[in-house]
Design a protein around this ligand. Sequence first.
Ligand code: ZN
Length: 874
Amino acid sequence: AVIHRADYRPPAFWIDSVELCFDLDPQKTRVLNRMRLRRNPSMPAEALRLHGEELNLARVLVNGQGASFKLEDSHLVLENLPEGHEPFDLEVFTTCAPAKNTKLMGLYVSNDSFFTQCEAEGFRRITYFLDRPDVMATYSVLIRADKAKYPVLLSNGNLVEQGELDAGRHYARWVDPHRKPSYLFALVAGSLVAREQRITTRGGKDHLLQVYVRPGDLDKTEHAMNSLMASIAWDEARFGLPLDLERFMIVATSDFNMGAMENKGLNIFNTKYVLASQATATDVDYANIESVVGHEYFHNWTGNRVTCRDWFQLSLKEGLTVFRDQEFSQDLAGEPSARAVRRIEDVRVLRTAQFPEDAGPMAHPVRPDQYLEINNFYTVTIYEKGAELVRMMQTLVGREGFARGMKLYFERHDGQAVTCDDFAQAIADANPDSPLARLLPQFKRWYSQAGTPRLSARSRWDAASGTYSLTLSQSCAPTPGQPVKEPFVIPVQLGLLDASGAALSNGLHVLTQESETLTMSGLSSEPVPSILRGFSAPVCLDYPYTDAQLLLLLAHDTDPFNRWEAAQRLALHRALQAVRDSGHVELDAPFIEAMRGVLRHPQLDAAFKELVLTLPSETYIAEQLEVVDPQRIHAVREAMRQQLATALRHDWEWAYEAHHDTGAYRPDPRSTGRRALAGLALTHLCLAARLSGDPVWPGKTLQRFKDAANMTDRFNALSALVTSGHPLAAQALDRFHGQFKDDALVLDKWFALQAGAPDRGGNILPLVKQLMQHPDFNIRNPNRARSLVFSYCSANPGAFHRTDAAGYVFWSDRVIELDAINPQVAARLARALDRWRRLVEPCRSAAREAIARVAAKPDLSNDVREVVTRALAD
Ligand code: ZN
C-alpha cells in the first residue's frame, strides 16, 4: 500500500529500552527480545501493532505472563495491554534463517559471517518491533555463537562482558549508551581481524578505532583508517562536533546492497569502500573510500544524534551528510584548483544521474509525499540534490552563518527525530538577516517541488549608453503529480568579463521572481557573462553563448567551474549539431586548438585538464534531446574522441610522457590528476593508433599495463586497449584475470570494463551473456551483479539500446531473475529504462514491451512493481 507523508501520526507506544539475546545459527537463529514499553500519553489508546517480516514466532509474554495476540499481515497485534501510562514489559521470542536471507536486509550470512542491514526497514526481519525512526530506545545486546566459527562478536556501543559457554560456544554483551532508532541497530559475528588505532580528541578523551575485515585483508585497511581519523578531526574543526563514543568500529562485507551504513558506533561497509592497496585499488577507489568513510562518520551527528521523524524526511540526514562529505573532500583537497576539481566531479554526478531522474517517471521531491517502497527512495534526488539544497542554504547565509545554523540545529534537536522543516528553520533562525530567513517559505519549495528548474538568461547590450542588461527567467516542467510549479529561490553567482577576459564584477544575485532584469551601465564594451559560477544552484542554465564567448571564458574565467563548463558547452554544441546532422562530425580548428591550448597549458592542473578534455557523457548529451538515438549519440561521441585523438596526437604523446610518474604511489590530488591525464592520453594514443595502424603506442600501452606499479596505471592501460578495441586487449584481459582472480573487487573491475566497452557491431551483448557463464560470475553478489549486468544495462547506452531489442529482453530477464533473489538490487536495475519514452523507434516500442513484460509478472516485489508501474503510467 502506498504510504503518504500527510498521514504521519506519532506512535501510540514508546519503547524505552530493548534487551536482545541472539543465539546465532545460520539456519535458525533464535532472538529473544525483551522490551520496556509505555503508552504515548499524547495519543488516544489503541492496540500495539509491531512490525515483523519472515519471522517465526514462538512466544509472547506481557509482564512475564502469557498474553493474547494476533498476527495480521506481517504485524504482531496486542489488544489487551495494561491500561494507564505505567511502563510494562513485553517479551517476544522468534527465530529467523540468516543463511536463506538473499535480500541482504535484516540478519544475513556473507562468507560465513553474520551481518545486519536495518535501514530502512530491516530490523523487523530480526524481531517484532515498532520499526520506525521516531521510536528511540536504549539497547543491550547479548550475542551467543560458536567460538571457533565466530570468534568476533560485535554490536553497537561498548563491550561490557564476554566469556565462554559450553559446547564450544561463547558470548559477548554490548550496551549502547545512546538512544537510537531501530534502523541504526547492528550486529556482526564472524572470523574477522581488525586494524586498531587509539586516538585522543580535543577534550582529552580517548577512543578506540577499529576497522574489521577478513583475515588477509588487513594490509588494505590503512587508507580507511586514515580517512576515519581525518573525518573525526574535520568534524571537530569545521563544525565543533566531537566523537561521542569510546569505540568506533567499521566492518567490511563483500555482500552489501548499497555503499555503507552508519549504525551507531558500528558502521558496516561494502568492501568496495574499505579495502585499498596501491596494487588493487585505483585513485578513484581511494577517493571514494575517503568520502564514504567520511559520509558514514558524519552521520554520527547528522542522522544518529538527530534523526528523521519518518522516512519522507530521509534527505534531512542524507542530503546534509552528502553535503558534509563533499565539503570534507574539498577541504582535504586543499588548494582552490583541487577543490574545484571535486566540485566539478560532484556536479557531473548530479547532471548525469539526478537531472535524468528529475525528468523521468520516478521524479520526486527531495522530501517526497508518497512511496510504495522506501528502498526505492534512496536516490540521487534525496542524496545529491538534497546536498545541493543544503549548499544553497550555505550560499545564502555564508559559511560562518551556516556553521552557526548547524550549532542551533543541534542545540534544538539533539536526541530528537525531526523534519526537513526543522533543519531549514534552524539555519534561517541562526541568520535572521539573511536572504534565507527572508525567503524561507519560498526557499522550501526546493523540498516540495520535483523537477530541475530551467534558468534562462538573455542579454541586451546598448553600445550608445554603455548599458548591459541581463534578464534571468525561471521555469520548471511538470513532473508526475505536479503539473504546475511555483518559482524557486535561485542563488545565481554571476560574473562579468570584458572583451579581453579581464574580470569586471562578481556577485550573488538571488532570483525569486519568474523573471528579473539586472542592469549595469558605464561599460565600454559588451561584457561576457559568467553565469552560475561554482554551479550555485541545481538548475539547467540556458544562455545562447557564442563560441567566441565560450572560448573567452575557457581562457580567462576566474571561476574554474565555469571555465570547465565553457569547454563542456563547446563540445556539447558540436555533439548536438552532429546528432542532428545524421551523425556526421568534423571538429573545427578553433575547438581543436582550444583543447590543445588546455592540454599544453603551463599553469593548469593535470586533474583539471583531464576534466576539460573528457567529452560530455552520452547520458548528458541524451538529456539535451527530445528524441534520443543512443547509438547515434555513441557514434558521434566516439567520432569526436577519435578526431581529438588524431588531431592532438603529438600533444597526447607529450601529455603522457610529461605526466606518467614512476615514483612512489601516493593518492593525493596532484599525483591523482597526473595519473588521470596520463591515462586519458594513453586512451587517445591507442585510438589514434587504431586509425593509423601504428603499432607503437598499443605496444607501449601493453608494456605499461604489465609493468605498472599501481592499479590506477595498470587499469588505465588495460582500459585504453579495451576501449580502443585493439587486438592486444584480449591477452591483457587474460593476464589481468590470472593475476587478480582471488581479489573480488579487482574482478569486478574486470567484468565492468568488458561490459562497459564501446560496442562494435553489436559485440557487447553476446560477450555479457558469455561472461554470465563465467565461473567467477555470481548474480547473488550485488557488487558482481552491478559490475556485469548494470555496467551493460545502465552504463553502456550505445551497446544496450539495440534496434533488435535483445538488450531489453536481456534486461527484463535479469530484473525478473534478480527480483526473486534481491528486490532492492532488481529495482535499481529496473531503473535502467526510466527514460524509454524519449527513445527513437523502434527502441521506444521495444523498451515499453520489455517493461510491460516485467510488469506482467504476478508476484513482483513492491520495489520492482513501483518502478515499472511508474515507468508505464502516463
Ligand atoms: Zn548516508
